[in-house]
Write a protein that binds this ligand. Structure first.
Ligand code: FPP
Length: 243
């Protein structure tokens, strides 16, 4: 049954930055005896609605985990299928994203993706780069440890060449080296499909994030369920280590 319940959200306390681990596409497909890619395709449709609702709710940054540094271990046809879907998504949605002033950004080293996927991504990055609305960050070939390793290497190089002293290193300097430089940390991280892990997502940035886990499989994740997750977030008391 479609969830049509309305959640009374406090519009003043909508998280600025929401991050989502979009999990469960494979299981959604399996339940229907469909190929896994059909699940990713349905997941893409779900994502479209969540981007729209984020904008309506006033979320400023939406970061979604589309492909991890570990996802290369999947069968080659699934990996190439996800990258093809990415092209479909960008071609279908770019005009609307741009019309809605959405700024698309990629977290991760996407240079390993097939050329046609890179082209589709770069078209989107270029077209939306001056947009001032929702920052829509797609994590692709992203891993939190990989992101931190790159930051450590760059800062270590500065220490070695003498432009930085180790004792001068600060949390802010590290944060400036991450894909999220200049953005607030995610106040809310949602993971679908009942899995209770972070899976190498936003390791540095999640220090004080609230986690909401839902059993709903990603393709079934509706804007109403999204609002329910935000309502759950709003019910939490955030203390940041204080009392
Ligand atoms: C996790 O489900 C999902 C992924 C690894 C891919 C996410 C891709 C999309 C939402 C669609 C494509 C959209 C873009 C922007 C690329 P899973 O396969 O791990 O599911 P399972 O745990 O049930 O097997």
């Amino acid at each position: 049954m479609k969830d049509t319940k309305q959640y009374q959200l406090d519009r003043e306390n909508v998280p600025q930055h929401v991050a989502i681990v979009m999990d469960g596409n494979g299981r959604w497909a399996k339940k229907r005896s469909l190929p896994r890619l059909a699940g990713h395709n349905a997941g893409m449709a779900a994502l479209k609605e969540i981007v729209k609702r984020s904008d309506v709710l006033g979320v400023k940054y939406l970061t979604v985990y589309a492909f991890s540094t570990e996802n290369w271990k999947r069968p080659a046809d699934e990996v190439s299928g996800i990258f093809k879907l990415l092209i479909v998504y960008m071609k279908k949605e770019l005009a609307e994203l741009h019309a809605n002033n959405v700024h698309v950004q990629i977290f991760g080293d996407y240079s390993r993706l097939p050329k046609d996927s890179i082209d589709a991504l770069e078209t989107a990055l270029e077209k939306t780069k001056n947009n001032t609305g929702l920052k829509f960050n797609i994590a692709l070939n992203y891993g939190g440890r990989d992101e931190m390793m790159q930051a450590i290497r760059r800062l270590a190089a500065k220490c070695c060449d003498g432009t930085l002293k180790p004792e001068e290193l600060s949390e802010e300097m590290v944060a400036q080296q991450l894909y999220t430089a200049g953005m607030p940390d995610p106040e809310l991280i949602i993971r679908t499909s009942g899995e209770l892990r972070l899976s190498n997502f936003l390791l540095w940035q999640s220090a004080y994030s609230e986690f909401v886990f839902t059993d709903v499989l990603w393709p079934d994740f509706t804007p109403e369920e999204y609002e329910r997750c935000i309502a759950e977030f709003q019910g939490r008391k955030r203390r940041y280590g204080g009392v």
